[in-house]
Write a protein that binds this ligand. Sequence first.
Ligand SMILES: Nc1ncnc2c1ncn2[C@@H]1O[C@H](COP(=O)(O)OP(=O)(O)O)[C@@H](O)[C@H]1O
Ligand SMILES: [Mg+2]
Length: 211
Amino acid sequence: MKNQSSPGLLITLEGGEGGGKTTQIVRLRDKLTELGKDVIALREPGGTTVSEQIREVVLSAKNAGMAYTTEVLLFQAARAQIYREIVLPSLAAGKVVLMDRSRDSSVVYQGIVRGFGRELIEQLNNISTKETYPNLTILFDIPVKQGLERVAKAGTANRMEMQGTEFHEKVRKAYLDLAKEDKSGRWQIIDASKSIDEVEKAVWQVVAEKL
Ligand SMILES: Nc1ncnc2c1ncn2[C@@H]1O[C@H](COP(=O)(O)OP(=O)(O)O)[C@@H](O)[C@H]1O
Ligand SMILES: [Mg+2]
């Protein structure tokens, strides 16, 4: 496994629902911009015209009948597009690329929790990303109940968030296992149960080390 070796920096925000990834990516982008960094913030699935259309299909609560295999391939299709259109050119140009979810979400949700296997999903990830791994992956770890309460309060549950508690417990454990087994040193686990400002500080601490 290699980290991407282009001049840019790829940072991914990962974890289950309600950890604050979407909240913190904005703060992180603004802070890096203030420091004069050329930074771009993206979300997966999404981030390009094609990928946002795929996002709509894959996350819509209307599509409860979607086959797991369809889900696997749609996530990868959206990923292939965003890496070719934005991520890889941006890294080559030396930018800091922040991503709200990327390859590890597929490993956790489809590979481990849905049972397609890590190896298969990593093979697909490598096709989609041209074998690009993040320089830093921040795991927003939070107890399932607390994360789901935050999401419920916001009232924006999507197809993934509508799964039962057991599903989310598996997601949490799968992420923690990945982070702990990793030998590349790219994973950092942060306690996402704290306040927004405290989480922001924790995020900044691990990002600053990579700048
Ligand atoms: N540290 C925090 N404490 C309390 N509420 C939070 C915190 N971080 C985010 N939230 C709120 O919880 C909800 C989910 O946060 P979000 O950033 O969308 O998480 P994620 O993208 O990881 O699912 C949002 O309504 C957000 O405002
Ligand atoms: Mg989010």
